[in-house]
Design a protein around this ligand. Structure first.
Ligand code: UDP
Length: 254
């Protein structure tokens, strides 16, 4: 295949120009970072797992009518996606207290929220992705009030779907982060789910034991991250066997 043009390289993924206008190829790296990239490592097989898991969640969400950027998986590490203009917000949904909300409010991790809480951080690594109120988002023009209403209802649909799927696998969905993109179609645009959904961007606890099955394993040095992600994939039937060491077999695209 001809050398593709790299559009963007982030901490865990690379975006390449896609085969047709309006498409991109999203490549999942094995790099893990935390605390604004102060802690970093390479976790063998993480990219393969996240590619599969994100495909699984995005496909399931599309099946219940949630619009997503996912088009198809191309190979072990790459998927074809719709090109979107990313809204510079991290949309966080919380069902139980953990991480920053526990620190900010002195709330014990695991405390149930009275209802799912949706909050927004401004995507800016240099600033450490600060929490922002809706007032800032609208005043600075990152999104309109109508966009925010649509984003909140989309985030809550994702939460209901993900909570149910996880519950069926004996996993508690504590919180997660999504990103939303504007997808342009002629003169119109609509908001769709973009980026990825994977254990890198969720907190997942085993319902019985409380074992952490997400990136906190890396952030807090709790064991082998690839083992934790493989367990999630196994329980969901995404990868019944441990294929993290299987040979890569890319599929050619036309
Ligand atoms: N999260 C993420 N990327 C970020 C910040 C947070 O994917 O840059 C996810 C994180 O994995 C967790 C949720 O969003 O599932 C809530 O994170 P929190 O605000 O508690 O921040 P953290 O404790 O991760 O710094």
């Amino acid at each position: 295949m001809a050398r593709r043009k790299k559009i963007y390289e982030g901490k865990a993924k690379i975006l390449y120009e896609g085969p047709e206008p309006g498409t991109l190829v999203q490549y999942f790296k094995d790099d893990a970072t935390a605390f604004n990239a102060e802690k970093r490592d390479v976790i063998d097989g993480k990219g393969v797992l996240n590619n599969r898991l994100s495909e699984f969640f995005m496909t399931g969400l599309a099946n219940i009518g949630v619009p997503t950027h996912f088009l198809k998986r191309l190979n072990m590490r790459e998927q074809l996606i719709r090109a979107v203009e990313i809204i510079p917000l991290e949309v966080i949904v919380r069902n139980f207290a953990a991480g920053s909300i526990s620190k900010r409010l002195g709330m014990e991790e695991g405390t149930p929220m009275p209802r799912p809480i949706v909050e927004f951080s401004y995507k800016d690594d240099a600033l450490g992705d600060p929490l922002v109120p809706e007032e800032y988002i609208i005043a600075f023009g990152w999104a309109s009030q109508q966009d925010l209403d649509d984003i909140v209802s989309l985030a809550l649909r994702v939460n209901d779907y993900m909570s149910g799927v996880m519950f069926g696998a004996g996993i508690k969905l504590v919180d997660f982060k999504i990103e939303i993109g504007r997808h342009y179609d002629g003169d119109f645009h609509r908001l769709i789910l973009a980026d990825e959904i994977s254990p890198d961007s969720c907190r997942l606890w085993d319902i019985e034991t409380g074992r952490k099955l997400d990136k906190d394993v890396f952030r807090r040095d709790l064991g082998d991250l690839a083992d934790a992600y493989t367990e999630v994939a196994r329980r969901l039937g995404v990868m019944p066997t441990n294929v993290t060491h299987a040979p890569t077999k890319p599929t050619l695209i036309n």
